[in-house]
Design a protein around this ligand. Structure first.
Ligand SMILES: C[S@@+](CC[C@H](N)C(=O)[O-])C[C@H]1O[C@@H](n2cnc3c(N)ncnc32)[C@H](O)[C@@H]1O
Length: 354
C-alpha cells in the first residue's frame, strides 16, 4: 500500500467518498506524497516521455512561434515568457536557444515558470542556469507579474483535476471514490445538477472547472494587457461523453485507483471547453489544429533535414525518428492538439492557417 493510499483511505473514512477532482489533486499534488512532489517521472527511466523529451525540434519550433507572436504584438520592449508545468525545463531551454538570433527578443524576455514540484523545480534550475535571461519560479498563475504575456503549456492541462458524472436511469450521479477492504473503489452519488454534455445511459461525462479557470485566467490577462498563449495536449476538439481518466506507470497504462502517488493520473483535454473558457474571458481562441499540422506549418521537416545533414546514418535516423514520433498520425501527431489564445482582433497566429 502506498503511503498516499493509506492517507486517502483514512480521509474517506472520515469524510465519505471523494470526487475524482479531489483524488487527482491528492494523487498528483499532495504536498509530501503527491506524484509530482519528489523524483522525476519524465524520460525513458521514468513513467512517460513528453514531446520536448522526444526531440529538441519541439521546443525550438515553440520558441520560434513565441518570437513570431512577439513580432505580431509589435515587439514590445518587455514581455513575460511564461511556461506552465515546465517538467525538466527542456522545452524552455530549446526554445531560448532557438530564438537567440531573433533581434531583440531574448533581451525583451522575463521568463516565468509556474511549477508546483520541488524536485522538478531543482531540475529546471540546473537545466536553465546558462540561458542568459532572468527566470523566476511561481507556485501559481495568480503570482505572475503584470504586463504582456507569452504563455506556453505542454501537457499541463491534462494534469489539472476533473470531475466525472454518470448518466443513470434516474438522472445524473457523480462518480466518486470510496474505500473497502483496504482498496479504493468506484461509487456513484446521485446529484441534482449534472453536466450540460449529453450522454447515453451509463455514459460518463467529464468536466474540469479548475482547468477552465486556469485557461480563463491566462485569457483574461491576455485580453487586458496583450500577448498570446499556446496550449498543447492530448485531447478532443469537441466536447463529448467518454471516460478518459488514465494512469500511467513505467510507460504502461495502470489501474487509476491502484497506486496513488506512484503513477501519473491525467485525463484527455476537452479543447472545446477550454476554447469556451478563453472566449468567456474576452479573448480569441484559435484552433484546435493537430500537433502534426502545427509542427509541419512551422517547418519541422526543413529543420529535421538541417539537423540530419552531415550526421551518421544512426544519428540522422534518430532525428527523423523523433520528427515522426511528434507528427506521425499514429504517434503524437493527431492525438495531440494545439490551441492558441490571443487578444480579440489580433492577427491569426502562425500555424493556425493565418
Ligand atoms: C506531464 S508534465 C509536462 C512537463 C513538460 N511540460 C513537458 O512537456 O515535458 C506536467 C508538469 O506540470 C507540473 N504541474 C502539475 N500540476 C501542476 C499545477 N497545478 N501547477 C503547476 N504545475 C503543475 C508538473 O510538476 C510537471 O512539471
Amino acid at each position: 500500500m502506498t503511503p498516499l493510499l493509506a492517507h486517502l483511505i483514512h480521509r474517506i473514512a472520515t469524510e465519505g467518498p471523494i470526487g475524482v477532482d479531489t483524488y487527482m489533486g491528492e494523487a498528483l499534488g499532495h504536498p509530501e506524497l503527491g506524484y509530482y512532489m519528489s523524483g522525476d517521472p519524465l524520460g525513458r527511466s521514468g513513467d512517460f516521455v513528453t514531446a520536448p523529451e522526444v526531440s529538441q525540434m519541439f521546443g525550438e519550433l515553440v520558441g520560434l512561434w513565441c518570437a513570431l507572436a512577439w513580432t505580431q504584438m509589435g515587439s514590445p520592449a518587455r514581455v513575460n515568457l511564461v511556461e506552465l508545468g515546465p517538467g525538466r525545463g527542456t522545452l524552455m531551454a530549446d526554445a531560448l536557444r532557438a530564438v537567440a538570433g531573433v533581434d531583440g527578443f531574448l533581451a525583451a524576455l522575463d521568463v516565468h515558470l509556474v511549477e508546483t514540484s520541488p524536485s522538478l523545480t531543482r531540475r529546471q534550475r540546473r537545466n536553465l542556469s546558462t540561458v542568459g535571461c532572468p527566470i523566476s519560479w511561481h507556485a501559481s498563475l495568480a503570482d505572475l507579474p503584470p504586463g504582456p504575456l507569452l504563455v506556453i503549456a505542454n501537457e499541463f492541462l491534462d494534469a489539472l483535476p476533473i470531475q466525472q458524472f454518470v448518466r443513470t436511469a434516474t438522472g445524473w450521479a457523480e462518480r466518486r471514490i470510496g474505500a473497502a477492504d483496504g482498496l479504493l473503489i468506484w461509487v456513484e452519488v446521485p446529484c441534482v445538477a449534472g453536466p450540460s454534455i449529453p450522454a447515453p445511459a451509463g455514459g460518463i461525462v467529464e468536466v474540469s472547472p479548475i482547468r477552465e479557470a486556469a485557461v480563463a485566467e491566462v485569457a483574461g490577462r491576455i485580453a487586458k494587457t496583450g500577448g498570446a498563449a499556446l496550449f498543447i495536449d492530448y485531447g478532443h476538439a469537441a466536447s463529448a461523453a467518454g471516460d478518459t481518466l488514465q494512469a500511467v506507470k513505467e510507460h504502461r497504462y495502470h489501474d487509476v485507483l491502484a497506486d496513488p502517488g506512484d503513477a501519473d493520473v491525467t485525463s484527455h483535454v476537452d479543447f472545446a471547453a477550454v476554447a469556451r473558457a478563453a472566449r468567456g474571458a474576452g479573448a480569441q481562441a484559435h484552433g484546435t489544429v493537430s500537433q502534426g499540422a502545427f509542427l509541419r506549418a512551422l517547418g519541422i521537416e526543413a529543420r529535421a533535414r538541417i539537423l540530419a545533414r552531415g550526421k551518421s546514418p544512426r544519428e540522422a535516423g534518430e532525428v527523423l525518428g523523433g520528427m515522426n514520433r511528434l507528427i506521425g498520425e499514429r504517434e503524437m501527431g493527431e492525438l495531440f492538439k494545439v490551441l492558441a489564445i490571443t487578444r480579440n482582433g489580433d492577427p491569426t497566429p502562425e500555424g493556425f492557417g493565418g
